[in-house]
Design a protein around this ligand. Structure first.
Ligand code: 5GP
Length: 205
């Protein structure tokens, strides 16, 4: 009882610190992280199968055609998508699964899994975001400008999300997210089988 896996979507503008927060969350074994497929080229230090599955456009299009993606979206000139099988298997095992994906993908997931919990992670302001993106030193000025303009669009879609989580400090953001997951676990909507279990001889285990 109260141990069904939750599908947790974490989105937020590029530079919001999603990667760091997710890394912190998955230190606890109550979460598993879905590794996405992308047509983007690897950044220094990124590892195949850990950071992403890096694939060509042709390979990505085949995954779409074969129905192997739960959702996918184009983002700043590249494709990104979530492998369906991994998510379905982990949820069936009762695990909480994290997808770190952008807004269009999040909306697609919510349509397919209305129980999914959508979290929008954000720094306090757009200038805060720009500082973080520049500090990362992984993107050119042109890419930073493109990602900032995308961020301006993304914040307008915040109302598609169930929760907005401020990432002022990583430990604050992770404890806010853990709190949300704990609360969601006990939602009556997720535990419709409670009455019959309660009334059975064995009771609620
Ligand atoms: P980056 O290139 O910085 O790794 O990721 C760019 C954006 O793509 C981020 O907002 C990230 O959350 C999003 N993203 C990563 N994987 C997926 C995915 O599988 N599906 C979708 N829709 N977005 C993704």
């Amino acid at each position: 009882m109260f141990d069904k896996g939750i599908l947790l979507i974490i989105s937020g503008p590029s530079g919001a610190g999603k990667g760091t927060v997710v890394k912190e969350l998955i230190k606890e074994d109550k979460y598993c992280l879905s590794v996405s497929v992308t047509t983007r080229k690897p950044r220094p230090g990124e590892i195949e199968g850990v950071s992403y599955y890096f694939r060509s456009e042709e390979q990505f299009e085949k995954l779409i055609a074969d129905g192997e993606l739960l959702e996918y979206a184009a983002f700043c000139g590249n494709y990104y998508g979530t492998p369906l099988k991994y998510v379905e298997e982990r949820l069936a095992e009762g695990k909480n699964v994290i997808l770190e994906i952008e807004v269009q993908g999040a909306v697609q997931v919510k349509e397919r899994y209305p129980d999914a919990v959508l979290i929008f992670l954000t720094p306090e302001s757009i200038s805060d975001l720009e500082d973080r993106l520049r500090g990362r030193r992984t993107e050119s000025d042109e890419v930073i400008a493109m990602r900032l303009s995308r961020a301006r669009e993304e914040v307008k879609l915040m109302d598609k999300y169930d929760y907005i989580v401020l990432n002022d400090l990583v430990r604050n953001a992770t404890s806010r997210i853990n709190g949300i997951v704990e609360t969601e676990k006990y939602a009556s909507e997720r535990n419709k089988d409670f009455p019959s279990k309660f009334l059975s001889e064995k009771g609620v285990d």
